[in-house]
Structures are given as C-alpha cells and as structure tokens.
Design a binder for this molecule. Sequence first.
Ligand code: SF4
Length: 282
Amino acid sequence: MGLPVPATLSPSKVSSFKDCGLAFRFSVIDRLPEPPTVAATRGTLVHRALELLFWEVPEGERSRAAARAQLDRAWEELQSSPELVHLGLTPEETEAFRSEAEQLLGRYFELEDPDRVRVVGVELMMEAEVGGVTLRGIIDRLELDEDGELVVTDYKTGRAPPMTHEQARLGGVQFYALLCEQVLGRRPARIQLLYLSEPTAIVAIPSEQSIRALRQRTAAVWAAVVRACEAEDFRPRPGRLCDWCAFRSYCPAWGGDPSLAGQPAPADATVAEVTALALDTG
Ligand code: SF4
C-alpha cells in the first residue's frame, strides 16, 4: 500500500533525507514531535529580534540599543510559547539563555551595519514547484545591494562549519536563491550565511549552473522519497547526526524498534538511557 507522499518539503528536509532516510520518515511522514532544544529556542529568539529590528525600526535608527529593545520585545513574546515553556529553565539557566542571546545579537553588529541594509522583506515565505515537488521555505531577509540586485541573507546562531564543509552549508541557502528565482523571476546576485557566534559570513554567488544542478539534485531526492514511500523503506544512516537525533530510541541502529515510535527520547539522552527506554517500552 505504501506510505503517504508528503505534499510539500522544506529545503532543510530535502537535505535531511540524504542525511538519514529513517529520521526523515519519522519527522516528515510520521510527523513525530521533536522536543525543542535550548540552542534552537535561543535561535528563535535572536531571529525574531533581528526580524523586528529590520521591520519595525527605520533605517538610520538601527543601533545596538534599538536591537536590545527588540530583543526585550521578542523575549516577552517568547514567554507564552510552548517551545520555551517545555525547556523548563531554572532562573540561572534563564539568565544564561538571555545573556547568550544578547551576545549573539551584539556580535551581529560586528558583521554589518544594519543601517546600510536596504531591506525588501523579512521572514518571507516562498513556495515553488521544483523537480516534481513543492518546496516551501522562509527567507530570513531579502535585500537590495548597491546595484539594486537581490541578496538573500540567512542568520545562523550555531557554530560555523569547517572550511571544508562550507559548500555543503551553502547548499541549504542555495535553495533560497532557487525559490527567489522561481517566485520573483530574478536570481539573487549573492547569498550569505551570517554566523553570529563567530562572527563570520559565508558568501556565495549563485549561477545558472549552480541553480540547474540544485534542481537536478532536488528532482533526484524527490524521486528517491517517492520510491521509499512506495516501498515503505526508509533506512537508518548512523553518523554524527545521531547525537542530536530526537528519534534515537526508536532507531534500529541504536537497538530501538521503529514500530514503537510515538514518544521520541530527549535529544540529549545518553546511549544507556535510550537503550533502557527502548527495552522498557518493548
Ligand atoms: S539515530 Fe541516527 S540513524 Fe537513527 S534515525 Fe536518528 S539519525 Fe538516523
């Protein structure tokens, strides 16, 4: 009978299928919940503060103080979100959480002057048909450069990849160049990842060739997803990502049983905890 084929895919999910088919299935097909992490929630807070800075504060007034004020506002908004509540931070952890978010925002100013950014839009949802699948993604920031050409910017609050992995990381943001071209009819002149923790910027110029190659890769991944759904065959691919995987307790590569999937173990569970959980539930 086969598994239902997903109606849309986010660019990051296209990459995640290649990283591990089974984790893709748990996340995209079975839609198992993934517990929020401190790092991801801190990223949400900083992204929102930057969104507010560019959308609510006029050019010429985007100072560090203005950014801190928007962080306060974003922090207030976050208080009622299940993401933060689920973390159950102690007062000390909450203080550290806030302080790290402030540091990330402060380092952003070492990368660029926000008053010189000609913003076209922030948190832009874009959707387009690519290689047989509907891709849907949110662009952190779209702007115009000094020549009036489009620039796509993606903020990263985690650590920058080693030099040897830069191209792989840019592969994700190249998707946004592709979406821009498809939706707006213009290929961005530049795409950039701003790693706030370093801080460092990784920049690439999308070309007709790079976009064409991405289309072909997307079509190939999508064909593989459809085949895997038809055959109900999504295989685990153990590797470094297992350390952060929310589904480890159900993963056969870790002694788990996929048929018991429903309550993923915490992302920071140890191997012993995961094994015990798998045995208990079995
Ligand atoms: S634990 Fe590793 S191999 Fe298993 S599903 Fe997660 S990423 Fe894939």
